[in-house]
Design a protein around this ligand. Structure first.
Ligand code: NDP
Length: 226
C-alpha cells in the first residue's frame, strides 16, 4: 500500500489531501498541531495515523521521524503554511517575518532532512513543497506582501537545491502553487474550490517524472516561472 505524509493536515488544502489519498486506499500520515481538535481528520475512514506535529519544533519533527523508522513514505507533502498579518511597507513586524520563515521555508527543509530515509526507501520517492505563485519573482507585479512572498521565494530556492542534491538517490522534489483557493488563508472570495485545487494537484503528483525534478508547477500542471 503506498503511503503519504502531509503536514498541516487538519484543515484547508492539507485536510483535502488527507481525505483524497485515504479514499484512494493510501496509508495516510496526517500531521497537525492539535490532533484532539482535528475533527475533519478524525472523521476520515481508511488507513490513517494522526501525528501531533508543530513543524517549527525540531525535536518533535525528529521524534516523529524516529517513531516511523520502519515505515516508507512514498510522498512527503510539506503543506503547512503561514501568511501572517497583512502588513505593508513601513509596517513590517520583523519577529513575525522570522516566524513565517520558520514555518514556510525552514520547516520543509527540516522535514526532508528528517524523513529522507523514509522517502528514499520508498517506491515513489516524491517530495512536494506547497509554495505559492506569490513566491515567484517573475510574477510579482503587485508588490507588497514582503514577508509571505520572500518566505515562499526562499522555499523555491530550497526546493531547487534539494532537487539537485537528492537527484542521484532517485528522489524527485517539486514545488507547487495550489491556485488561489477558498481556505482560511485564501479567503471566501478566492476563485478556486479546495476540491478543484486538490484534484489538479493529485493529477500532477500522479504523473510528475524524475526528469521534472526541481520544477515549479501550477495546480493545473503548467510551469510557473521563477
Ligand atoms: P489554511 O490556513 O487553511 O491551513 C494552513 C495549515 O498550516 C493549517 O493546517 C495550519 O495549522 C498549518 N500550520 C501553520 N503553522 C503551522 C505550524 N507551525 N506547524 C504545523 N502546522 C502549521 O491554508 P491553506 O490550506 O490555504 O494552505 C496550505 C498551503 O497552501 C500553505 O503552504 C499555503 O501557503 C499554500 N497556499 C495557499 C493558497 C490559498 O489561496 N489558499 C495560495 C498559495 C499557496 P493550524 O490550524 O494549527 O494553524
Amino acid at each position: 500500500m503506498p503511503s503519504v505524509l502531509i503536514t498541516g493536515a487538519n484543515k484547508g488544502i492539507g485536510l483535502a489531501f488527507a481525505q483524497s489519498f485515504a479514499v484512494d486506499g493510501w496509508k495516510v500520515h496526517a500531521c497537525c498541531r492539535q490532533p484532539d481538535k482535528a475533527k475533519g481528520l478524525q472523521g476520515i475512514e481508511g488507513d490513517i495515523s494522526i501525528h501531533k506535529l508543530d513543524v517549527t519544533d525540531g525535536l518533535r519533527v525528529a521524534s516523529v521521524a524516529r517513531g516511523m523508522l520502519d515505515e516508507k513514505i512514498d510522498i512527503l507533502i510539506n503543506n503547512a503554511g503561514y501568511y501572517g498579518p497583512r502588513l505593508g511597507f513601513g509596517e513590517i513586524d520583523y519577529e513575525d517575518w522570522a516566524h513565517t520563515f520558520q514555518v514556510n521555508t525552514m520547516a520543509p527543509l527540516r522535514m526532508v532532512e528528517n524523513f529522507i530515509e523514509h522517502v528514499a526507501g520508498s517506491e515513489r520517492k516524491l517530495i512536494v513543497n506547497v509554495s505559492s505563485k506569490m513566491g515567484s519573482v517573475a510574477e510579482n507585479e503587485g508588490g507588497g506582501a514582503y514577508v509571505y512572498r520572500s518566505s515562499k521565494a526562499a522555499l523555491n530556492v530550497v526546493t531547487k537545491s534539494l532537487a539537485v542534491d537528492l537527484k542521484e538517490q532517485g528522489v524527485t522534489v517539486i514545488c507547487v502553487h495550489p491556485g488561489h483557493v477558498q481556505t482560511d488563508m485564501g479567503g471566501e472570495q478566492a476563485p478556486l474550490t479546495i476540491s478543484k485545487s486538490v484534484s489538479g494537484l493529485r493529477k500532477l503528483i500522479g504523473k510528475v517524472t524524475h526528469e521534472q525534478t526541481g520544477q515549479f508547477f501550477n495546480y493545473d500542471g503548467t510551469i510557473i516561472p521563477w
